[in-house]
Design a protein around this ligand. Structure first.
Ligand SMILES: Nc1nc2c(ncn2[C@@H]2O[C@H](COP(=O)(O)OP(=O)(O)O)[C@@H](O)[C@H]2O)c(=O)[nH]1
Ligand SMILES: [Mg+2]
Length: 341
């Protein structure tokens, strides 16, 4: 993998196109090297910011306190967060001592390894085979990318040969329901949405309840349930989403089997606050981190790892663009290698 990135190094960022064509990717899964290039492309802004600063720092010279201090500043401004930054620096100092490193050029590899070992605990694939249907509930604040991620996930699972059903559980905005219906039609995926007048608010719990029943009757593999965005401070809406979860459990015992919280990488440290609040309300079992392509602060992934060293959350998927194939399972090594030149 690393040599692949290396060989791509000289090509201009903006000209880096995915290897496969759109027609090919529509109908068959991409090979992992193709996603690696999308990931690399998606993380271009982070790489230009963080990666470039680090390259400057690791350009050669003594490893001294001043260098550690500069590194600390760079990491903090890239949203790595206080906890994770401390852990990384500690790790790095240990490595420097152990391997008797003396020159700053040796630090890049050491930092990459420290990052990888810090992020690896987040790497937990979502196994959907234990239940049929496997019910996935999607939650998060407004605009983080819940509905578009559902589209991408549906495609991802379809390409694995699984049948998918979508539940249009965002009954707050008629547009959200339309967005999902149109998308489902185009991709040949059934969408269960509230009947009748689009302006009339339906009960999201009832919509998802129907969807789970329908999926059971049809022998569907995976149900993806959309929900309306809500702020963690809107307590009545947090209560409402708890009820949605309870009602899903009435349609199928043990369901939902996965509660995915969607976080926008641009939110920075606030993502941690959202995690805590949604976890308290719902018991979050996995995360999707979207819009890594839109931020120069990909360090938020590291911040999440640093925040939960005891019980690391499962970062199931990361989003690196608006395309249908720009959402993939998180892989720590690929991610770190894409952060650096
Ligand atoms: N660049 C980029 N845009 C994204 C990504 N994921 C979602 N978006 C965009 O974010 C906006 C809000 O998405 P939406 O799914 O409607 O958010 P929701 O309110 O959480 O359902 C849309 O314009 C999406 O295209 C991503 O990974 N990268
Ligand atoms: Mg939505």
């Amino acid at each position: 993998m690393f040599s692949f990135f290396k060989s791509k190094k000289d090509s201009a960022e903006s000209n880096e196109k995915p290897i496969t064509t759109e027609i090919e990717t529509e109908n068959k899964p991409e090979d992992s090297s193709s996603f690696a290039s999308r990931l690399k492309q998606g993380l271009a802004r982070t790489r230009q910011n963080l990666g470039k600063q680090l390259s400057g720092l690791f350009g050669g010279g003594k490893i001294d306190e001043e260098l550690y201090e500069e590194l600390e500043t760079i990491l903090l401004t890239a949203d790595v967060g206080v906890n994770a930054t401390q852990q990384l620096l500690e790790n790095l100092r240990k490595q420097v001592k152990r391997d008797a490193l003396t020159d700053s050029t040796q630090l890049k590899q050491a930092l990459m390894e420290a990052l990888i070992s810090m992020l690896q605990p987040l790497e937990k694939t979502l196994d959907t085979t234990a239940h049929k249907p496997f019910v996935i509930m999607i939650a998060g604040v407004n605009g983080v990318g819940k509905t578009t991620s559902i589209g991408k996930l549906a495609k991802f699972f379809q390409l694995q040969g699984k049948s998918v059903l979508l539940a249009a559980g965002d009954t707050f905005r008629a547009a959200a329901r339309e967005q999902l219906m149109v998308w489902g039609e185009r991709n040949n995926i059934t969408v269960i949405a509230p009947d009748g007048d689009a302006d009339k608010k339906s009960d999201p719990a009832a919509v998802i309840f129907d969807a789970v029943n329908s999926a059971q009757a049809r022998g569907i593999d995976i149900v993806l349930a959309d929900t309306a965005g809500r702020l963690t401070t809107q307590l009545h809406l947090m209560e409402e989403i708890k009820k949605v979860k309870r009602v899903i459990g009435k349609a199928m015992p043990d369901a939902p089997h996965e509660v995915l919280l969607v976080l926008d990488a641009n939110t920075g440290q606030n993502a941690i606050t959202q995690m805590k609040a949604f976890d308290e309300a719902l018991g979050v079992t996995g995360l999707i981190l979207t819009k890594l392509d839109g931020t120069a602060k990909g360090g938020i992934v590291v911040a999440i790892a640093g925040q939960y060293t005891e019980n690391p959350p499962a970062l199931r998927f990361i989003g690196v663009g608006e395309g249908l194939h720009d959402l993939r399972p998180f892989n720590a090594r690929d991610f770190v290698e894409a952060m650096f030149d």
